[in-house]
Design a protein. Structure first.
Length: 379
């Protein structure tokens, strides 16, 4: 599989939770698309739409739904905004979430304050069993629980089946930002019963930035108030002379204008690779890599900040080196071409299924050596 990822030999790429490298086939698809545009413009548009259709089918298979339930948004934040602005709120409603969430998963809900909707965050630092603790924050006026399936900073994975079942019992909708788990671990919207699922393609899905999945439960599609409008979201798309319009019956009603066909070609190719390998195999290989990193964290005497139990994490391993400022260490590592992230108070590593095991060992050796000498940023 390293054939699909011909990364430069000097590069230690452990940031799939940030922005992933593209597989060779995505590079080829985007390159061919660009060349075709230069040669023949949009003459082949019907073929491009076939790629879009295939992408929708692949995304649908990935989460266990039908292509008609999949909309393509610009990014996770836009998809969350379509949901947040579209729920028919009443003043006094609240949304329960997590304090340590990625900013988009907080800001969209905070933006509803002027409509009388409050965001109630659970502080993970004090949580014992996050699913219990989230439910404990809910009351009669909780309309929605909005969480990431895997926390971006330290990688905590929620039990979505449990959370979904308990939300359903109480008539509360569940909105899942799945960007840190889709493409890394299996996901089935039927089993977790989420009403909304969103995820951009540039992390574990190995695609370009700028194409995101937006799933809305078909049963409540009509309840969600539309907030974006244009030629593309109507039932009679393409009938430009027609003056009256109704929203498309399927999820394309959430797509107001021209699709990002460049990104679509890339993501479609990347998902083809993930489907070929199979998500179960991908997840097993990621788990093997995360376990190996954790063993090294322990061996080197670093402090693990990610959950230890396999079922509580996916591909993210975050840790701190005692006595060494993580921000300075991060800068030094990046300067040595170890591509990682500074998140959650530590160094975040995120290998994917294709990451060679030897790369993990080289990265941990580099971290140990770098942490042992005076750091550039730490005068
Ligand atoms: C949990 C989570 N949500 C969303 C995003 C990114 O959002 P967008 O696709 O809008 O750039 C990230 C990226 O780091 C993330 O970790």
């Amino acid at each position: 599989m390293t054939d699909e990822f011909p990364l430069e030999p000097g590069l230690l790429y452990l940031n799939h939770a940030g922005v992933a490298p593209w597989p060779r086939r995505a590079v080829a698809a985007v390159t061919a698309f660009a060349a075709e545009n230069g040669r023949t413009g949009a003459e082949g548009y019907p073929r491009w739409l076939a790629a879009e259709r295939r992408l929708r089918e692949r995304l649908a298979r990935l989460i266990g739904t039908t292509p008609a339930a999949v909309a393509l948004a610009k990014n996770t934040s836009e998809a969350l905004s379509i949901i947040a602005q579209g729920v028919p709120w009443q003043a006094g409603d609240n949304v329960v979430g997590i304090a340590q969430e990625f900013p988009s998963n907080r800001i969209v809900w905070e933006s509803l304050a002027d409509r009388g909707v409050t965001w109630r965050p659970l502080d993970l630092a004090t949580a014992t069993h996050p699913e219990d603790d989230l439910l404990a924050l809910c009351d009669q006026r909780t309309r929605l629980v909005a969480v990431s399936s895997v926390q971006y900073a330290r990688g905590l994975r929620l039990d979505l089946e449990e959370l979904g079942a308990r939300c359903r019992e109480r008539g509360i909708w569940l909105c899942v930002d799945a960007i840190q788990s889709l493409g890394a671990v299996p996901f089935d919207v039927r089993r977790c019963g989420a009403q909304f699922v969103v995820a951009d393609g540039h992390k574990w899905l190995l695609g370009p930035e700028g194409v995101a999945l937006l799933y809305v439960d078909p049963a409540l599609r009509d309840e969600l108030v539309l907030t974006q409008f244009g030629w593309h979201m109507v039932a009679a798309r393409g009938d430009y002379e027609r003056r009256d319009w109704v929203p498309a019956a399927d999820a394309t009603r959430f797509e107001c204008g021209s699709p990002n066909l460049l990104g679509i070609h890339g993501l479609e190719a990347s998902l083809g690779l993930l489907e070929e390998v199979g998500i179960a195999e991908v997840a097993a290989r990621i788990e093997e890599r995360a376990t190996r990193l954790i063993a090294q964290v322990d061996r080197l005497g670093f402090e693990l900040l990610s959950p230890r139990a396999a079922e509580r994490r996916a591909g993210i391993v975050t840790f701190r080196v005692p006595g060494v400022p993580s921000a300075d260490l991060y800068r030094d590592l990046m300067a040595q071409r170890l591509i990682c992230a500074h998140r959650g108070g530590g160094i975040r590593l995120s290998p994917h299924f294709h990451t060679p095991l030897a790369m993990l060992d080289r990265a941990m050796d580099l971290i140990a050596a770098t942490a042992a000498r005076p750091l550039a940023g730490h005068a």
